[in-house]
Design a binder for this molecule. Structure first.
Ligand SMILES: Cc1cc2nc3c(=O)[nH]c(=O)nc-3n(C[C@H](O)[C@H](O)[C@H](O)COP(=O)(O)O)c2cc1C
Length: 338
């Protein structure tokens, strides 16, 4: 079992490179895939409702069991009730999860309206009590993922010091405000200042393209998280700047399909359609392969599309797909509000 020093020890031993929590994406299959390709990555889950984990008989057994390769797994939750958070934390701990992350950054209307996510940035007493209750309830570390503030003028450091005093062991900051949602470019100047002002490690998130990009901007931070740039590009976490051949990309699409098939039950197909199309950016003929991928109904259908690509591109299978444009992948999410 991990201790409260988990994040501090990780930060001391090298940069923390993490898969950002993403609803609808960071399920067990995706985490297993990322950890197979880039084993040093710390995987965060999608977010789950603290109340749901406590009250639903089916949620915890459906989302908390995880494979050995996903460890140390961090599970993210949202809510607003300190007692529910504490109870949910105990349930999560009982599944051998390494750490719990609390969402204080989601800007989605329905989340904020219920007093969850970003809303906790302006309900600081509640935020404090939630972290304090969890920190006392479990021995695994508690972290918080938040934004620069509700709006630009908000004092990020004051808020994060507040969370540190409540018992938080790590802070991740997405370099946009609540008001910005997903628009504009992520800004990390305030995050550098924050890292100099609190004792617990700080990692930054927002628009990181890959490991090299993260390291170039890391400065005094403990590390960085990558979210959207990992779609169809799990290699982005690797320190060796590995660029896969087309053949390796196709093998990875099959592996991703296997993980989904093993873990998702009947839902695997919809998930596969969503993920697989993202691997083919910049591949000549991608449009027609995507059309075929969004209607696959069995792993054999996936195999058939992959075989077509292998035949069509037989002379370039051992070469990387030329010119993946990560900026366009990030731009495609402008205006996204979850
Ligand atoms: C589809 C999607 C789902 C997301 N779900 C969550 C979530 O469950 N919890 C969370 O803290 N952030 C969530 N986010 C925000 C990401 O974790 C991250 O902060 C954001 O995408 C910026 O990082 P990036 O530029 O590396 O993608 C989500 C983002 C996307 C695109």
């Amino acid at each position: 079992m991990t201790t409260k020093n988990f994040w501090k020890n990780l930060a001391d031993s090298g940069p923390i490179v993490a898969l950002a929590p993403m609803d609808g994406y960071c399920d067990s299959a995706y985490r297993q895939l990322i950890k197979t390709i880039a084993p040093e990555t710390i995987a965060f889950s999608e977010f789950y409702s603290a109340d749901g984990l406590v009250h639903s008989k089916t949620l915890a057994p459906a989302v908390l069991p995880h494979a050995e390769i996903e460890k140390p797994l961090i599970v993210q939750i949202f809510g607003k009730d300190p007692e529910k958070f504490a109870e949910a934390a105990k349930i999560i701990e009982s599944y051998g999860v390494a750490g719990i992350d609390v969402n204080m950054g989601c800007p989605a209307k329905k989340v904020v309206k219920s007093g969850h996510g970003s809303s906790l940035m302006i309900h600081r007493d509640t935020a404090y009590r939630c972290i304090e209750a969890m920190a006392m309830a479990v021995s695994i570390p508690i972290s918080v993922k938040t934004r620069l503030g509700w709006e630009n003028s908000d004092p990020l450091t004051e808020f994060c010091r507040w969370l540190e005093n409540a018992g938080a062991n790590l802070i991740t900051v997405h370099g946009r405000t609540y008001q910005q949602q997903f628009t504009g470019k992520a800004d990390w100047t305030a995050i550098y200042e924050l890292a100099d002002s609190i004792r617990i490690p700080v990692i930054w998130n927002g628009d990181v393209r890959d490991y090299a990009d993260g390291m170039a901007k890391k400065s005094n931070l403990a590390g960085f998280m990558i979210g959207r740039a990992s779609f169809g590009n799990p290699w982005c976490f690797r320190a060796d700047a590995h660029v896969p051949t087309l053949s390796a990309v196709l093998d990875t699409m099959r592996l991703h399909t296997d993980f989904l098939f093993q873990t998702k039950g009947r839902k695997w197909m919809l998930e596969a359609r969503k993920h697989l199309v993202q691997y083919l950016h910049a591949l000549p003929g991608a449009k027609s392969y995507r059309r075929a991928l969004v209607s696959v109904e069995s792993p054999e259908d996936v195999d058939r599309v992959l075989m077509t690509i292998r035949t069509d591109h037989s002379d370039t299978l051992d070469m990387p797909i030329p010119g993946r444009d990560t900026d366009s992948v990030l731009r495609a999410w402008e205006g996204y509000t979850a």
